[in-house]
Write a protein that binds this ligand. Structure first.
Ligand SMILES: [Mg+2]
Length: 370
């Protein structure tokens, strides 16, 4: 595959409802899309950055700069046999995982189309449908949260995850657990607590949670090990895991019993597969997390979650939960029993709506091989 051109775009999409986490409230998403052409075939991917450095250190602005100044020159005009060779080209670049994933994942889409294979199959996916959960933002009061949980359960979702932060945690989780004693329930703190909150966090053990996601510092593994020793609830690490070595460290130290794999956070499909392989070999359950993706990122996530070892319901849910209209056709839909069917191939398995992408584009830049 010879990489001929790369187009980077920002599109503006309004969320159906504001989403609140311990970081703050999000109303709109600036979605960064990569359109990569190799051998005349167009591949798409999404750079899952936020506007500000609030999830990891990357932003829309830093990703754009890194893609233009450092990554594009390393891949344009290059002849590659497989997208799995991209991480080798980027070996000298430190960090900037989401920017790197943007290029690599678009090339995986090209490779799948060229081989007339569904991306999920090319990656080694074996599941014909994936289990879906929902991630619910922080709500004003437990009563409001209960209404939303009931609606999501009626839609069939198999796991409810509650975003929590200090002051909006125990009472909310208690109310949901009391109303639904048997559902798969988890919480995600997005690093809102510290080790000084140990006694407080131990109180979550009474709720029989599937997991507590990333309670402590985003860049810390060792203190999660100290916490896990004192908790019955399994800790799942999200923000702290950037590559397979982080996953190895976390499991060896006992800092987590579950790993959340996010394509952007770990630098793309190759890295995600390394973590998946590591976890599978050690019976560590994994699942695919979400970054409020549009349909393109969502389609990549569906492919990832079809691999062996993704045994827990993930955050990949229906397009209509987030968007009035999505950039893929058909939009992602969830079955009445809370699963997403893996689409037919080739490539992402969804048609990319270039008409909508063009209409919503607010900035665009193309680089071509000379
Ligand atoms: Mg998380």
């Amino acid at each position: 595959m010879r990489i001929e051109s790369i187009t980077l775009r920002k599109i503006k999409m309004r969320l159906k409802a504001p989403f609140e986490t311990s970081f703050g409230v999000i109303h709109d998403r600036t979605v960064v899309l990569v359109e990569l052409v190799a051998d005349g075939i167009t591949g798409w991917s999404e750079v899952t950055v936020s506007n500000g450095p609030i999830f990891n250190s990357e932003t829309v602005g830093t990703a754009w700069l890194i893609l233009r100044e450092f990554l594009a020159p390393l891949v344009l005009g290059k002849e590659l046999r497989s997208a799995s060779e991209v991480p080798g080209l980027f070996a000298a670049i430190r960090g900037h995982e989401m920017a790197r994933a943007g290029f690599e994942n678009a090339l995986w889409d090209v490779e799948a189309q060229q081989k007339n294979l569904l991306l999920a199959k090319l990656l080694g996916g074996t599941q014909s449908e994936i289990k879906c959960g929902v991630s619910l933002g922080v709500q004003a009061c437990p009563e409001k949260l209960l209404e939303i949980v009931a609606a999501e359960l009626r839609s069939g979702y198999q796991r409810i995850k509650l975003k929590i932060k200090p002051g909006k945690d125990l009472d909310f989780v208690r109310a949901v657990r009391k109303a639904h004693p048997d559902i798969l329930l988890s919480v995600d703190a997005n690093s809102a607590y510290s080790l000084a909150d140990m006694e407080h966090l131990k109180r979550f053990d009474e709720f029989n949670l599937l997991m507590m996601e990333q309670p402590l510092w985003w860049d810390d593994i060792a203190n999660h090990a100290k916490l896990q020793k004192n908790l019955r609830t399994p800790i799942c690490l999200d923000e702290s895991i950037r590559h397979v070595r982080d996953a190895e460290t976390a499991i060896e130290l006992g800092a987590a019993r579950i790993i959340n794999i996010k394509l952007g956070r770990v630098g793309g499909h190759s890295s995600a597969r390394e973590i998946q392989g590591f976890c599978l070999a050690r019976n560590i359950p994994t699942w695919c997390g979400g970054m409020l993706e549009c349909g393109i990122g969502r389609a990549h996530n569906i492919a990832v979650a079809s691999l062996p070892g993704y045994t827990l319901p993930g955050d990949v849910s229906a397009s209509k939960r987030y968007w009035e209209e999505d950039v893929i056709d058909p939009p992602v839909e969830v079955t009445p029993h809370g699963t997403i069917q893996i689409p037919g191939g080739p490539g992402l398995g969804y048609h990319v709506r270039r008409d909508l992408i063009d209409r919503w584009t607010i900035e665009k830049e193309t680089w071509r091989a000379s």
